[in-house]
Design a protein around this ligand. Structure first.
Ligand code: PLP
Length: 363
């Protein structure tokens, strides 16, 4: 959709990346560490100062202490972290529970490692987790469950009750969890992010994956981290060692220093909530109906009052004919559902959002 948007000079509210730059201080720190000559292979698990900064943040926010030496690994992006966790854990024939709709990297990561995805559909239109269906999907062959809160593409978030349900359900099993928390700092309306780190019965079996890209407006840098108990991290690093091996050194030093400014991540939810509300305000009076956006930087709009078209057709037509690009939510399912929903990214300047919303209001 980004390519189509560029071809047609459309307002691009499709792919999930900001159209504004990162903090100038962060850019200056990268320059500082590149010029300081920190340009050779860093330690495999990540530079100690950054691992420490991550562990301190997680302890302060979620109350769990991860051991810097054995339980924290810096990786080249969350997608890489997820893939590596799957490759370390999943053997041919193992079942992996995935929710639908889901971020598109999960199923291929499972399948290429010989695993069998077992899908549970989130309910529509509230995108809640049908816990009874999850319980039924768990079998003796279940090796892993992949969860993602705040959720892309639905913009829903898990409640503490959701995580307690999962904790109870997995007690006594050896199922491991990959918890994709790349939007951990973007939860709206005063709610707290429910990390697996808050729940001992989940943390003990989880790979907690996050991304610097989403938090610091640098998706192109591809950097993230993975926290997991020692036994899981040992397996994780066996794969990491012979794949990427290390993650970009000067950027790690830059983030370690930049993370001292807690406001950069503590203020992120308010920053994006303002953008969400601006976009919704600009859409007021439109026939596109907003679904709740409780986290992430996505706003889903239901178009059942606008058109009968499939979402894939409408998304292309809106880009070509009206000049605004979005993502059809059905592409995040194996079998396209009948729902009429397009996903719009509001990690954009107010000018871009106002122009996009104005086009939608006229439809
Ligand atoms: C749910 C989810 N996980 C992971 C990622 C990717 O993170 P990274 O760029 O750090 O690989 C994204 C990016 O869109 C995402 O939405």
């Amino acid at each position: 959709m980004s390519r189509l948007a560029a071809e047609h000079n459309a307002i691009n509210l499709s792919q999930g990346f900001p159209d504004f730059d990162c903090a100038p201080e962060l850019r200056a720190l990268v320059t500082k560490y590149v010029n300081a000559g920190l340009n050779q292979y860093p330690p495999m698990a990540g530079v100690p100062v950054l691992r420490e900064a991550v562990a301190e943040k997680v302890e302060a926010l979620y109350g769990a202490r991860y051991d810097v030496e054995h339980e924290v690994t810096i990786v080249p992006g969350a997608t890489y972290g997820i893939y590596t966790a799957v490759a370390a854990m999943v053997r041919p024939g193992d079942e992996v529970i995935l929710f639908e709709p889901a971020y598109d990297s999960y199923a291929p990561a499972v399948e290429v490692n010989g695993g069998v995805p077992v899908y549970v559909q989130l309910t529509y239109p509230d995108y809640a987790i049908p816990w009874q269906a999850v319980q039924q999907a768990i079998t003796p062959r279940t090796r892993m469950i992949v969860i993602n809160t705040p959720n892309n593409p639905t913009a829903s978030v898990f409640s503490a009750e959701d995580l307690r349900m999962l904790e109870g359900m997995l007690a006594g099993t050896d199922v491991v969890i990959v918890s994709d928390e790349v939007y951990e700092h973007i939860v709206f309306d005063g709610h707290a992010h429910q990390s697996v780190a808050r729940f001992p019965g989940l943390a003990e079996r989880s790979f907690l994956v996050s991304s610097f890209g989403k938090t610091y407006h640098v998706t192109g840098w591809k950097m993230g981290y993975v926290l997991a108990p020692r036994e899981l991290t040992t397996e994780f690093r066996k794969v990491h060692q012979f794949n990427a091996f290390v993650t970009n050194a000067p950027l790690q030093y830059a983030f370690a220093e930049h993370m001292k400014d807690r406001e950069a991540y503590l203020g992120l939810a308010a920053f994006y909530q303002k953008k969400r509300d601006f976009f919704l305000g600009a859409l007021d009076g439109s026939r596109f109906r907003p679904l709740p956006s409780r986290g992430t930087f996505f706003q889903n709009l239901c178009y059942d009052a606008v058109s009968d078209e499939r979402d894939t057709d409408l998304a292309v037509r809106l880009t070509r004919e009206r000049g605004v690009a979005s993502i059809p939510v059905s592409v995040f399912y194996r079998e396209p559902p009948q729902h009429k929903v397009l996903r719009f990214c509001f990690a954009k300047s107010e000018t871009t959002l106002a122009r996009g919303a104005e086009i939608l209001r006229r439809i």
